[in-house]
Design a protein. Structure first.
Length: 399
């Protein structure tokens, strides 16, 4: 593959990035987005008669539901996005009258479907919220013991970090980009605390003021790409049915709460999922340095493509996200073409019986593909791989 042909697509990338078909209802593509955009996910707790429990996309400015992505199969009390792998996890509420196990589940961001990882243990009080540290360690707040815990993302097992020595309710939890772990565990008129991830001990911060439901809990916390601390302030009604909820923001410096808007009832979990950081593009080296030179043929292809043609070109980059698109019988693979440029590559799958056999492509791989730019300027614009798709993992070719 020709590394130098990165330049072939640079003039197209702005169009390709903005016009990615994230809104395709058939494919439900979530990760195909601009480099600066994040998606705010939400989920509801069970509650009586809660038959529909989808993964939701919320509007961060109003709290309104943008779309229901798909059924999770569980009432959820927490969501967490792994910043290293792009995976979305959740914790379940009580599964039934005779089943008090709280489960860790992995959620498909395209379909919303939840898959059980395993029981968390630690009692029946539930996991109030989850938060991933930058290194990929998953933390949670256990309402059974009112303590900080870590959770094994392979088995689901929870481990208490230490005795916090406090009593909590609601207990939204979130890491800042600088590693500060916030806890809102004493309703919306109590203190905003910080938690030591090594010991589980908390430090009292400013008192929260201005919340729409000050005597009710803050069920969840999350932080967007700009460092704004978001939360859910929800009314807990008798019988656990759940009352109104509001999406809020919190100023960590003074505890001031601002109401973004009324959210769906029983909203118990929110989480921002932002584009993964680009990997080191120097990790993959071409076998032949001469390939880095743009040939006259490639230059002509680039000029034709820039005019909206379907000239055959090549692209390559680190895999940042992978989403299934059944309607297209393809994978939509987001790659980083340079440190600041991204592209969505449509990689075909092979239909077999009632399922699609798709290539083994994972986040962190290096992808090389020949193909063409589909419909430059069209709303469904992406790079279509046609032949010679190569995937490298840990320096070894896997496809």
């Amino acid at each position: 593959m020709f590394a130098g042909v990165w330049r072939v697509l640079r003039c197209l990338l702005l169009v390709a990035t903005v016009a990615v078909p994230w809104h395709l209802p058939e494919a439900r593509v979530v990760n195909a987005q601009s480099a600066t955009s994040c998606i705010l996910y939400g989920a509801q707790s069970s509650g009586p008669g809660a038959l529909s429990r989808p993964l939701l996309e919320l509007d961060p400015s109003t709290g309104a539901v943008v779309r229901a992505i798909g059924e999770t199969g569980f009432g959820l009390t927490a969501l967490a996005f792994n910043p290293r792998t792009g995976e979305l996890f959740g914790t379940t509420g009580q599964a039934g009258a005779d089943n008090f196990d709280r489960l860790l589940i992995r959620i498909n961001r395209s379909t919303g479907a939840g898959t059980v990882v395993g029981p968390i243990g630690l009692g029946s009080g539930g996991i109030a919220d989850l938060a991933f540290r930058e290194d990929g360690t998953l933390f949670g707040w256990s309402e059974s013991t009112d303590d900080l815990i870590t959770i094994n993302t392979t088995t689901g097992a929870g481990t208490i970090v230490g005795n916090a020595g406090i009593s909590t309710r609601g207990s939204g939890l979130a890491f800042s980009s600088t590693g500060t772990l916030f806890l809102a565990g004493n309703n919306a008129n109590g203190p905003l605390r910080t938690v030591n991830p090594a010991t589980g001990l908390t430090t009292v911060g400013p008192t929260l003021t201005g919340a729409p439901f000050p005597t009710q809990p803050i069920n969840a916390l999350t932080i967007d790409a700009n460092g704004t601390l978001f939360g859910v302030n929800a009314v807990i009604s008798l019988g656990g049915a759940g009352g109104p909820a509001s999406l809020i923001t919190i100023n960590p410096a003074n505890g001031q709460v601002s109401n973004r808007g009324t959210a769906i009832s029983r909203l118990d979990a929110i989480e921002f999922a932002c584009p993964l950081p680009l990997a080191d593009f120097d990790a993959h080296e071409d076998e032949d340095d001469e390939d880095k030179k743009e040939t006259e043929e490639q230059r002509q292809q680039r000029e034709r493509t820039n005019r909206g043609g379907r000239a055959d070109v090549s692209t390559e980059g680190n895999v940042l996200a992978v989403e299934e698109a059944p309607a297209l019988q393809s994978l939509l693979v987001t790659i980083g073409v340079t440190r600041n440029e991204r592209l969505v590559v449509q990689v075909p799958c092979v239909p077999k019986a009632d399922v699609l056999a798709c290539p083994d492509i994972k986040v962190g791989d290096y992808l090389e593909a020949d193909g063409y730019q589909n419909g430059v300027g069209d709303e469904n614009d992406y790079f279509v791989a046609v032949d010679d798709v190569e995937v490298w993992r840990h320096g070894k070719k896997v496809k």
